[in-house]
Ligand binder design. Structure first.
Ligand code: ARG
Ligand code: GLU
Length: 726
């Protein structure tokens, strides 16, 4: 009999005693949870969910653009994900003449679907426990020799797994290296935009409602995967055909019942459930507040610019959304962790861990010192970690003059090697193209203001931490005057002129004197030479301790539920359709309706604006059978443990039908990245019936609705009239 890994065994033993909600489970071991899921109402078998022998649900789930999740809903490659996941694609196809952000976009034929260079969708072929194979031959090794052996084992295993196939594979550590799994995937490269609602639907509630319940966001967009000959992944080509999937989700238009089983299947990015108390304290008290403050500065500028003109609104829409998203989540996380007194909970748990370790000499030896060690590592390295976080905020999230400098750096470094004239003109052409894309969504005045504000904040926060002397040599205003009046990187005309007369001498002059370039070079040298090596050390040392700490949890507490932190691999979480009551004297119901959209719109707030035709349709109450008891559900919550990356994930009912698309968590839940609280934590889903109603009644995209398989429930649905047939 195949031997089962220790962790898996622990999971299997303990799983019947614990709450179903916490945890993100690895699909290939879902069999161990089948009974529990069935007890909660699930009608499917583990094989229906994940199988390598036959097509299963996992084949309908795609890792979308490497950061979100998407699911197939037709036999012609139709793919649903969130509006915010497809937002940069919608934005890239938008202009003042074709404002798809504002009015939406709907391809009525395959020919109208829009290509998106570099967008990918990946299907998981299989997930395999490789722990033993990765550790093979490492007995007795330590340090570099051990690392090298593990690395070479991984390399060989990946080569063996992909030889002669078009698949890609990776082997990732789970539980900080207590286990290793191989993920084999098939990556599709021709993914076209099919439809998106107006932002007033897809981003309804904007930042006011982001991370908040009650919610009314129609957060969906529609894509299609195309394949080359033999249904195989291929680069974009007009001759590619819609992909024929192994599985696609039927779509449930049945009535929902509070308490019914729900499951979320997708690619959660990162969770950090095992941080030590001091580590969490540092994040809550120091690191997050500083990063929040940096973003606050950028956002105050961007928000004002976006309000000032339609052009700036379009240019900055996608950037604003991504900066604001992290900013607001962090505020919610800290609030939640403070409310539940997370540090005290950690301390209590650490005491239990330590008491247990001290109860047996061999445990004491292995696990008795690990918590203290983790806290020590935090104390030693938190300065570097802080400098790193601030550098990310300042140089990578803040003013884009840094981004432009990064964009040209490789060219500058390699200039000497362009002896061949053709190579040089090609490199210049690439630069030109890259700059065109950059300046399309850039505004000099906005960037200047962001630069001044974030520089001031950065200097204030880093004063005691040590920072590059170069930056300190001038005030933020002085830097800005120099950079935004003289640098070729911050102005399109100057940049073009620079490229047009590029030669050895103009280039040397640039490298020696361009202020934006010099600042970037100085700051990044500091980051790469002084900060990043320390942060690598920090993470490496901490991961070593986390490996021991988690091993201790698995060994000493076999009856607890254990799950590996999210690491952007495919996971399953299950729970119920349910509301919550995170505040004294207040309860959140489990769903919202179209009526709430009109109520919010009546407040007159900018984030609740609607297009007049949408408002008119909503007021007409023409639900066309997509309603439940006379109300059109818009969003609902569930007790499924999700995180960033789960956006766009299918929320699946007991029979395997699609109920909606996961897109958020409530404000009180965001702490679940560090600590899950079953009473507070809820994921937010846009109901597929609202999605269908938008497509069908608002956008007239009946072609898309017709392409899907609708599963109707007990309730009789009105006979539908289509334009073509009645
Ligand atoms: N909070 C959700 C997530 O983390 C949705 C973000 C998009 N919406 C927004 N208003 N920025 O991705
Ligand atoms: N909106 C998030 C995403 O893009 C999902 C929400 C969450 O973090 O739970 O993945």
């Amino acid at each position: 009999m195949k031997r089962i890994s220790l962790a898996l065994l622990c999971m299997m033993i303990s799983l019947f005693r614990v709450s179903a909600e916490e945890g993100m489970l690895i699909p290939s071991v879902i069999k161990a949870f089948e009974d529990d899921m069935r007890a909660m109402g699930m009608k499917l078998s583990a094989e229906d969910i994940y199988s390598v022998n036959k097509s299963s649900m996992k084949d309908a789930i795609m890792h979308f653009g490497g950061g979100c999740t998407a699911e197939l809903v037709s036999d012609r490659g139709l793919l649903l994900t969130n509006h915010h996941c497809g937002y940069s694609q919608v934005q890239s196809h938008s202009s003042l003449e074709n404002d798809y952000i504002k009015y939406g976009f709907w391809a009525k034929t395959l020919a109208e679907e829009l290509a998106n260079p570099s967008l990918t969708a990946a299907r998981i072929v299989r997930i395999e426990d490789m722990t033993k194979a990765v550790f093979f031959g490492t007995q007795g090794l330590s340090g570099q020799a051990y690392d090298d052996k593990v690395k070479s084992n991984i390399k060989t295993l990946i080569e063996d797994a992909t030889r002669g196939t078009h698949y890609e594979a990776s082997i990732k550590p789970f539980n900080y290296g207590n286990e290793y799994y191989m993920i084999v995937q098939e990556v599709f490269k021709d993914v076209r935009l099919v439809g998106a609602p107006p932002s007033s639907v897809g981003k309804f509630g904007g930042d006011t409602d982001n991370w908040v319940w009650p919610r009314h966001t129609g957060d969906f967009s529609v894509f299609r995967i195309y394949a080359g000959p033999n249904n195989m992944p291929a680069e974009y080509s007009p001759s590619n055909q819609p992909y024929k999937p192994l599985h696609f989700f039927p779509v449930s238009v049945k009535d929902r019942v509070p308490g019914e089983f729900t499951m979320v299947y997708g690619f959660p990015g990162t969770t950090e459930q095992h941080l030590s108390s001091e580590h969490l304290r540092y994040i809550m008290d120091t690191e997050r507040p500083a990063r929040i403050a940096m973003r606050q500065e950028s956002l105050s500028v961007i928000d004002a610019s976006m309000r000032s003109s339609d052009l700036l609104r379009i240019k900055y829409a996608s950037k604003q959304a991504s900066i604001a998203n992290g900013w607001k989540k962090w505020i919610g996380q800290i609030g939640g962790l403070q409310t539940v007194n997370a540090i005290q909970i950690k301390l209590d748990r650490e005491k239990i861990y330590l008491d247990m370790a001290n109860s047996k000499p061999e445990w004491k030896l292995k696990y008795g010192g690990v918590i203290e060690e983790m806290n020590k590592i935090v104390a030693l390295y938190k300065g570097s970690d802080f400098a790193y976080g601030m550098a990310i905020e300042y140089m990578y999230v803040g003013a884009e003059s840094f981004k432009r400098a990064r964009g040209i750096e490789k060219f500058m470094d390699e200039f000497e090697s362009y002896l061949d004239k053709d190579d040089l003109s090609k490199a210049i052409e690439d630069l030109r193209k890259d700059a065109k894309g950059f300046f399309k969504d850039y505004d000099e005045m906005t960037d200047r203001k962001i630069f001044v504000k974030t520089t001031e904040e950065y200097i204030r926060r880093m004063e005691k931490n040590g920072m590059s002397d170069l930056l300190k040599s001038k005030s933020a205003e002085e830097w800005a005057n120099d950079i935004y009046s003289n640098s070729v990187l911050t102005n399109e005309a100057r940049f073009d002129a620079f490229l047009n007369r590029l030669n050895d001498s103009t280039l040397s002059h640039f490298v020696a004197s361009d202020p934006a370039y010099l600042l970037w070079k100085g700051m990044s040298a500091d980051l790469y030479e002084n900060v990043i090596p320390q942060v690598r050390l920090f993470n490496g040392l901490m991961d070593q301790q986390l490996k021991v700490y988690v091993e201790g949890k698995l060994e000493m507490f076999p009856k607890d539920k254990h799950w590996a932190d999210a690491n952007s691999t495919l996971r399953i979480t299950y729970g119920k359709l349910e509301g919550s009551a995170p505040h004294d004297g207040m309860a959140y119901t489990e769903h919202t309706t179209l009526r709430g959209i009109l109520d919010k719109n009546n407040t007159g707030e900018a984030d609740f604006e609607l297009l007049p035709d949408f408002r008119a349709l909503a007021e007409s109450k023409d639900y066309d059978g997509y309603d439940q008891d006379g109300e059109l559900w818009v969003c609902f919550t569930g007790s499924n443990h999700t995180t960033g990356g789960n956006s766009g994930s299918p929320v699946i009912d007991a029979e395997g039908n699609l109920m909606g698309l996961n897109f958020d968590r409530s404000w009180e839940s965001t702490m679940s990245d560090f600590m899950f609280d079953a009473d507070r934590c809820r994921n937010i889903t846009v109901d597929i019936r609202y999605v269908l109603w938008i497509m069908d009644k608002y956008a007239g995209a009946t072609n898309l609705v017709d392409e899907m398989t609708l599963v109707k429930g007990k309730k009789k649905k009105k006979k539908k009239c289509r334009k073509s047939k009645c």
